[in-house]
Design a protein. Sequence first.
Length: 248
Amino acid sequence: METKRDRKAWLAGGSAQCNLPPHKNKTPLRLVLLGAPGVGKGTQAEMLCDNLGTCHLSTGDIFRAAKALEPCQRTPALTAALEYMRRGDLVPDETVLALVTERIGCLHCEGGFLLDGFPRTVAQAEALNNLLEAEDLQLDAVLSYDLPIEQVVARLSGRRTCADCKAVFHIAARPPKTPEVCDHCNGKLYQREDDRPESIRVRMEAYERSTAPLADFYRRRNLLVSIPAEGSAEEIFQRTLDSLLVKA
Ligand code: AMP
């Protein structure tokens, strides 16, 4: 099993450096994960990172890290972005693109990368294409996790996240050993503000409107790999590995 990267460069941006020694991945995978909030993308991302040594680049995590900062440490754009996030709305493309461009070094990670939550609109996908082209990098696959909407809502409302290491649990499907305590670091588990019912509805609408068309975008480029997201995290993970082998 590979060591997890600490993701300092991604979370803090600017000139922050990750602490881990360089990766030994001979053929780093560069992937995008798609799927409605709650399909279990975050869990699959963790499992892929643990097994393949890829770095988990989640734009949602950048915003959650910014939320922990003192207000005076946030840029005005980040403060505005957090307000969109609190409502469950998508943050404007320009803000997200500026944050990703600031972290361009992460796309060169020797372990490869797994973009989670970005791109979320066709405009972001086009911008990502341009960024990758300019950096002479190519995506290997876009994994799209598919699940009926009623199951998505059930998953989201039971989800709990570790305040410290960001590991994701579910009160029914993936409960922690001790209620409300993270299995990995003993951090406190909490329900994300945007996993509350009023935000879930807004997020699902935003997903249908802006993110679902991305599947077509990547299908046309022959990168899309559809993965049924029913069953346990381990079953979905096995399907993911099988699909990657087929694609390779
Ligand atoms: P996530 O953890 O990916 O579900 O993201 C949480 C929230 O952060 C979203 O509901 C959005 O408000 C915001 N967000 C994250 N990534 C993006 C993105 N690529 N484009 C727009 N908003 C984003």
